[in-house]
Design a protein around this ligand. Structure first.
Ligand code: ATP
Ligand code: MG
Length: 420
C-alpha cells in the first residue's frame, strides 16, 4: 500500500520551509511594531461557532467546511477561518475587561473542502490580524496600511487594494429589498443557488461564480449607492485617512466578500499573476460579531493573508542551505575528535557536518562538495603530527593551516559570520 498526502493537503518541504518562516517572521516584526500580540486558538471548534458567525447561506458553511461528529457526539469543525475563533476567545477570556481595544494576530492552517487548483488548497495557511474595540474609521485605514506595508516589505508584486462599504444592518435592510427587486427582474438568468439565496441572503448572489450570474450582477445596483448617512460618512472618512497614509486604493462597489459578518468597510488585495484565485488578502469590519456571539457590543476589524498565494507572488530567493563546515577526519582517534568538535561548533551556531561512515578522505571530500559545504576542515595523520589542521575554502579555492590546539576558537572566529 502506498500512502500519499490527501488531495488539497500539501507537505511543505525544506528549503521552502525557510521561505515560510521568513514570511512569518516579517509578519511578526511588522505586527509587533504596530502593537499587536500573538494569540493561538484551537484548530477544532464547535461547528455552530462558524455557522453562526460566517452565516448559514454562505459557500463556506454550505459547501466547504470539514464538519464531523467526534467520539463524544459533538458536532465539530476544522476551522475554515480564524476570526470566529479569535472573537470567541476575546469574549471567553474577557479580553475587553481592562480595555476593549485589543490588537491580536495569529498564524496557522485553515481547512476548506474546495476544488484544489493553483492558489486553492484544502489545507491552507493564513496570517490573521484583528483589532477589537475601535469603531473610528482611522483604524480601518491603519489596518489596510499595515497590510500594504507588509506586502511591500516582502516584495509581493503587483498588489492592488480594493475597498468597499457594505453598510450596516440598518441600511442593508433597505438595500436588500432593492436588490431582490432587481434579481426578480432577472430571475430566468440566475442559477438555482442564486434563486434560493435571493430570498434569504440576496447579497450572496454577488459571490456566484456562474458566468451568467456574474454577467447579471455586473449590472446590479451597488450597495454603496444605498448607504445610510452615518455609513456613508464612515466610508468617506476611511478614504480620507487612506489618503493621509498615502495608500493607493480603488473602490470596487460590487465586492461583498463571502462572509456574512462583515459590515461597513470591506477590502481585498488582488494581485496580478495569481490567475483566477487573485485575492492574496481580504478583510473587513465586523461591528456586530462580538455581540452576535454573546459578547458585549464591541466593534472589530481585521484581515487574513493567504500564505500559499503570497508565496506565489514573492521572490523565491535561494538561500545557502548547505553546512558552513564539513570536517573530514581520518582514523578512529581523529574521527572521535571531529565528532566532539562538530557538536561544539553546532552549539555555537556554526552549521557543521561530519562523515558518520568512516569513508576515505577522497569520498569525504566528494561528500563535502555534494552537500555544498563552504569550508572543509581536514584532519588526518599528517595534521595530527604537525599539530596543524587544514581549512579549505571551497568557494575561493584557498586553504590555510590552523593550530589544532585552538581549533574551536579559530573556526568560530572565521566562520560564525558566514554561518548566520
Ligand atoms: P476566494 O475568493 O479565493 O475563495 P475567500 O473570499 O473565500 O477567497 P477569505 O475567506 O476572505 O477568502 O480568506 C482570505 C484569504 O485566504 C484569501 O484572500 C486567500 O488568499 C486565502 N484563501 C482562502 N481560501 C483559500 C484556499 N482554499 N486555498 C488557499 N488560500 C485560500
Ligand atoms: Mg472561497
Amino acid at each position: 500500500m502506498e500512502f500519499k498526502a490527501m488531495r488539497g493537503f500539501s507537505d511543505i518541504l525544506p528549503p521552502a520551509t525557510r521561505r515560510w518562516e521568513m514570511l512569518e517572521e516579517r509578519a511578526r516584526e511588522v505586527l509587533e511594531g504596530f502593537g499587536f500580540s500573538e494569540i493561538r486558538v484551537p484548530i477544532l471548534e464547535r461547528a455552530e461557532l462558524f455557522s453562526r458567525s460566517i452565516g448559514e447561506e454562505t459557500d463556506i458553511v454550505e459547501k466547504e467546511m470539514y464538519t464531523f461528529e467526534d467520539r463524544s457526539g459533538d458536532c465539530v469543525t476544522l476551522r475554515p477561518e480564524a476570526t470566529a475563533s479569535m472573537v470567541r476567545a476575546y469574549i471567553e477570556h474577557k479580553l475587553y475587561a481592562a480595555d476593549p481595544m485589543a490588537k491580536l494576530y495569529s498564524i496557522g492552517p485553515m481547512f476548506r473542502h474546495e476544488r484544489p487548483q493553483k492558489g486553492r488548497h484544502r489545507q491552507f495557511h493564513q496570517i490573521n490580524v484583528e483589532v477589537f474595540g475601535v469603531s473610528q474609521p482611522m483604524i480601518d485605514a491603519e489596518v489596510m496600511a499595515i497590510l500594504m506595508h507588509y506586502l511591500s516589505l516582502v516584495e509581493a508584486t503587483n498588489c492592488h487594494l480594493q475597498i468597499n462599504s457594505l453598510g450596516c444592518p440598518h441600511c442593508r435592510l433597505e438595500y436588500k429589498e432593492i436588490l431582490r427587486a432587481f434579481l426578480k427582474d432577472h430571475l430566468s438568468g440566475l442559477c438555482e443557488d442564486c434563486r434560493r439565496r435571493m430570498e434569504r441572503n440576496p447579497l450572496r448572489t454577488f459571490d456566484c461564480k456562474v458566468p451568467g450570474c456574474q454577467e447579471i450582477m455586473s449590472k446590479a445596483p451597488p450597495i454603496s449607492d444605498y448607504l445610510c448617512p452615518p455609513c456613508a460618512e464612515h466610508f468617506a472618512e476611511v478614504r480620507k485617512y487612506l489618503e493621509i497614509l498615502e495608500i493607493v486604493y480603488e473602490v470596487n462597489p460590487r465586492m461583498v466578500r463571502g462572509l456574512d459578518y462583515y459590515a461597513r468597510t470591506t477590502f481585498e488585495v488582488v494581485a496580478g499573476g495569481l490567475g483566477a484565485q487573485n485575492a492574496v488578502a481580504a478583510g473587513g469590519r465586523y461591528d456586530q460579531l462580538v455581540a452576535a456571539l454573546g459578547g458585549p457590543d464591541i466593534p472589530g476589524i481585521g484581515f487574513a493573508i493567504g500564505m500559499e498565494r503570497l508565496l506565489l507572488i514573492t521572490p523565491n530567493k535561494t538561500l545557502p542551505s548547505g553546512p558552513s563546515l564539513f570536517i573530514a577526519a581520518l582514523g578512529e582517534g581523529l574521527r572521535r575528535k571531529a565528532f566532539g568538535l562538530s557538536y561544539k561548533l553546532n552549539r555555537a551556531c556554526v552549521k557543521t557536518l561530519i562523515d558518520y561512515e568512516g569513508r576515505s578522505l577522497k569520498a569525504q571530500m566528494r561528500r563535502a562538495d555534494k552537500v555544498g559545504a563552504r569550508y572543509v576542515l581536514i584532519i588526518g595523520e599528517n595534521e595530527q603530527r604537525t599539530g596543524q589542521a587544514i581549512l579549505r575554502d571551497m568557494k575561493e579555492k584557498k586553504q590555510e593551516e590552523i593550530p589544532l590546539s585552538s581549533i574551536f576558537e579559530e573556526i568560530v572566529k572565521r566562520l560564525k559570520e558566514i554561518a548566520l
